[in-house]
Design a protein. Structure first.
Lengths: 244, 240
């Protein structure tokens, strides 16, 4: 589905580019990094760039494994930031506490082991050519996909209550819209785990869920940024005394 | 339900037969596009009629009373109750009244701000509420209680609901229109200085309790706003 792939890449790229000035000033560079990773991920989901990079790495789809690990790093960072921004102390504890560390370690181990067990020769973005080979690959591919989505789903579950509360809270409309977009992304991220085991005929729906997860998170962060920019006085405004 | 456009045009023709729409808009300050849009949609806002009435030197109540949903508005009305009058005094003015009473030998008449104040709608409803008022209004108009409360919180109340609330409470029909700022105290037939007298008639204890209640509500509102502000700032700081 080229529309989804390119659409996601464009949205990530826009969200990244609008942050360049802030990042240069040293403001919220972590978010910039998150969006950079998101852009890299969406780039690697497109067959052309994927084949080019994987070719350089030896054409055994190592790029796909690296992609999964980048996703984990990105999700960890975005989870921490969201937990801090939404004041979700519980989510933060879950993420950096024992549960979060074990979860991350388990997810890393699970993707690496399933990846090594598969016969992964021959570059193909999203490993789509592989899973059709039949035999061991066909059995392992869903587990590899599910393992790659398990940690994002875990992070999304921890953030769900705080996101819901923010959507319902009496806050500026754009802030709530941002939270709603993020909530949609989190829901899609959770739904993508069971979707990994759906039969092949459901492929379009599965792809949609996967891209919705990325799009929801990135759009949410973009809308948070826009709402902040609209509320903030322009940078070159003359100095004024704030009342109250 | 705002005024039906057909009946509105009929009224307009009867009060200003020689004027065209452009003239009406010029003297009343209603924007031409606004009026045109309201006419096209078939629903004219009550505030439009009030502005035009004032510009023509007519009492808006008489104009409104010509419409079926506001029949009886211009009839002989019971005067506003003391509680209604006091509800239209701003919180800061009430606090000033408390201070003025404790100041020795200072009997200066208090100057009050104009009638609709920052929480005038909710204060007015509270002043005439016997505990069941909201249910009766809801039953009479079909407006859900939570929508009614939302309007009060935003210090708004549609003119139709304001009149329905007065009816349900058994008080003069115009009190709510004053509290929402649609018409002035004078247009509603409130005597000049009626609010001052109502405040003066309160005993020290009544005035102090009332001011205290208002201050507490104001404090809660401010605290909530501050919390929401802090929450928003935190989001922007971490994610914006």
């Amino acid at each position: 589905m080229p529309v989804l792939e390119w659409g996601t890449l464009i949205v990530c790229g826009i969200a990244l580019l609008v942050r360049v000035p802030d990042a240069l000033r040293g403001r919220n560079r972590v978010i910039f990094g998150i969006l950079f990773l998101a852009t890299v991920c969406s780039l690697l989901s497109i067959p052309g760039p994927y084949a080019a990079i994987d070719g350089a790495l030896g054409s055994w789809n190592l790029t796909n494994l690296i992609l999964r690990l980048i996703v984990f790093a990105m999700v960890f960072l975005v989870g921490l930031r969201l937990a801090a921004g939404l004041g979700a102390a519980r989510a933060r504890r879950l993420l950096i506490g024992r549960a979060g560390r074990w979860g991350l370690a388990f997810a890393c181990l699970a993707v690496t082991v399933t990846f090594l067990l598969m016969d992964t020769r021959g570059s193909s973005a999203g490993l789509e050519a592989l899973s059709n080979d039949g035999g061991r690959n066909a059995a392992l591919a869903p587990f590899y996909a599910a393992a790659g989505r398990s940690y994002p789903a875990f992070v999304s579950i921890t953030l769900l209550p705080a996101l819901l509360a923010t959507v319902r809270a009496h806050l500026p409309r754009l802030v709530r819209t941002g939270a709603a977009a993020t909530l949609a992304g989190a829901t899609a991220a959770i739904a993508s785990v069971p979707a990994s085991f759906a039969p092949d005929s459901w492929d379009p729906a599965r792809l949609l869920v996967n891209y919705l997860a990325v799009l929801g998170y990135v759009l949410g962060v973009l809308v948070f940024w826009i709402s902040g920019q609209l509320a903030r006085p322009p940078y070159n405004a003359p100095a004024t005394f704030r009342k109250l | 339900m705002p005024l039906p456009a057909k009946a509105f045009q009929h009224w307009l023709h009867s009060v200003a037969p020689a004027m065209n729409t452009a003239d009406i808009c010029r003297i009343s300050g209603v924007k031409r596009t606004t009026l045109a849009q309201q006419l096209v949609r078939g629903k004219v806002a009550e505030s439009t009629l009030v502005s035009i009435s004032r510009a023509l030197g007519l009492n808006p109540l008489e104009g409104l009373a010509g419409f079926a949903s506001y029949a009886g508005l211009d009839g002989p009305a019971p005067p506003p109750t003391p509680a209604e009058l006091v509800s239209q005094v701003a919180t800061t003015d009430l606090l000033r009244a408390v201070i003025a009473r404790t100041a020795p030998g200072d009997a200066a008449i208090l100057a009050l701000g104009p009638a609709p104040h920052a929480t005038s709608v909710r204060n007015w409803v509270d002043a005439i509420d016997d505990g069941e008022l909201r249910h009766r209004v809801s039953a009479a108009t079909g407006v859900a209680p939570q929508n009614y409360s939302a309007q009060l919180t935003a210090n708004r109340l549609s003119p139709e609901l304001a009149v329905a609330t007065s009816r349900a409470a058994g008080v003069g029909l115009t009190g709510g229109l004053v509290a929402t700022g649609l018409i002035t105290e004078a247009e509603a037939g409130w005597l000049p200085g009626a609010r001052q007298s109502a405040v003066a008639a309160l005993s020290d204890g009544e005035l102090t309790v009332l001011a205290g209640d208002r201050l507490q509500t104001l404090g809660r509102t401010l605290r909530r706003q501050e919390q929401e502000h802090a929450q928003t700032e935190k989001i922007w700081e971490n994610l914006g």
